[in-house]
Design a protein around this ligand. Structure first.
Ligand code: FES
Ligand SMILES: [Fe+2]
Length: 336
């Protein structure tokens, strides 16, 4: 069963660093969007990625100053999406305009509002300040997955899979063995899942980045701001000690691209070994490997589900409490 899309919401569409003077095409909730940054003041523009003439992708076209010139017959659009030039005639048809999407660049993320522009309110955007905090060092990436975005939400809200899918990377037996506590704020659309492991093996992700050799106290506190932003606040310390505390913030943005397609934006931010480029490279490459384990699993899972008869039964247990709450919230947002 596909998870319904929630419109009238902000979605992470790119990292700020991805948007510049090269046209970038992304698809959000099935809507093709072209992104670029203006010469005038460096602000990000998000327009519909289909020329009104014959629907040529504007992302495959070119910029002339802050205007996009369609690469097929030259229809030219300004930053508001209005067509300001058509070839071979003076009169510009009244309907010659592409949608301009509300955009907000916050915490090094480019958020685009999908829905009624009148309702776009930047104050609704959940924050991930660590991504732009000079006291933290971040590595990041994005992987497209061919799966229902609900499968990625499920995956991230239940980290007991770390023990099995990511064993030897970030998983140890204690993750699956330690019960979770879940808190749901239905009205705000926020799900919080905590797992506090007081005496756990230290997986390579943390031993190689922090230098800790023995066992650790490992605190995982998840906050999911439906539909798009997921934060995992991770705190590691040597077992039996209260310091030093190694703080890692793991961020995901879950952006449905279209039916059965999702962008998996991921970032790892840390407050330790900040000058150490080897740690930076290690965390980037290692986390990319971990993300690809999820990507492969979710691509496979979606294929398996596609072959199931309609109305298949699932079996849920305690570890699924957060994921089930997220599904309820997503269903409510989609119906709104
Ligand atoms: S398709 Fe864009 S100008 Fe013809
Ligand atoms: Fe995972």
């Amino acid at each position: 069963m596909a998870t319904a899309f929630a419109r009238n919401q902000w979605y992470v569409t790119a990292y700020a660093g991805e948007v510049g003077r090269d046209l970038l095409g992304r698809t959000v909730l099935g809507e093709p969007i072209v992104l670029y940054r203006t010469e005038e003041d460096g602000s990000v523009v998000a327009l519909s990625d289909r020329c009104v003439h014959r629907r040529f992708p504007l992302s495959a076209s070119r910029l002339d100053g802050d205007r996009i010139v369609c690469g097929y017959h030259g229809f030219t659009y300004d930053t508001s999406g209005a067509c300001v030039y058509v070839p071979g005639q003076q009169r510009i048809p009244r309907t010659a305009r592409v949608t301009a999407y509300p955009v907000a660049e916050i915490d090094s993320l480019v958020w685009v509002w999908i829905g009624d522009p009148q309702l776009a309110d930047e104050k609704l955007i959940p924050r991930a300040p660590h991504l732009a905090d000079p006291e933290m060092v971040s590595v990041r990436g994005m992987e497209p997955i061919d799966c229902d975005y609900g499968l990625l939400v499920d995956n991230l809200l239940d980290l007991s899979h770390e023990t099995y899918l990511h064993g030897g990377y970030i998983g140890t037996p204690e993750v699956a063995e330690t019960p979770i506590s879940t808190e749901v704020d239905e009205a705000a659309g926020v799900v919080r899942v905590s797992r506090h492991m007081m005496d756990a093996a230290c997986p390579p992700f943390y031993s190689r980045s922090t230098g800790i050799e023995g066992r650790i106290t490992r605190l995982q506190d998840i906050e999911y701001f439906a539909p798009c932003l997921y934060l995992l606040h991770s705190r590691i310390m040597p077992v039996g000690r209260t310091e030093p505390v190694f703080r890692t913030e793991i961020t995901y943005a879950i952006t449905p691209a279209g039916p059965g397609k999702v962008y998996d934006f991921w970032a790892v931010s840390r407050d330790f070994a900040r000058e150490d480029d080897e740690v930076t490279k290690f965390l980037h490459d290692f986390n990319h490997t971990v993300v690809m384990q999820d990507v492969d699993a979710l691509n496979l899972l979606q294929k398996a589900l596609d072959g199931e008869p309609a109305g298949y039964q699932e079996l849920s247990i305690n570890i699924d409490t957060g994921g089930l709450a997220a599904r309820r919230i997503l269903a409510r947002l989609a119906a709104a």
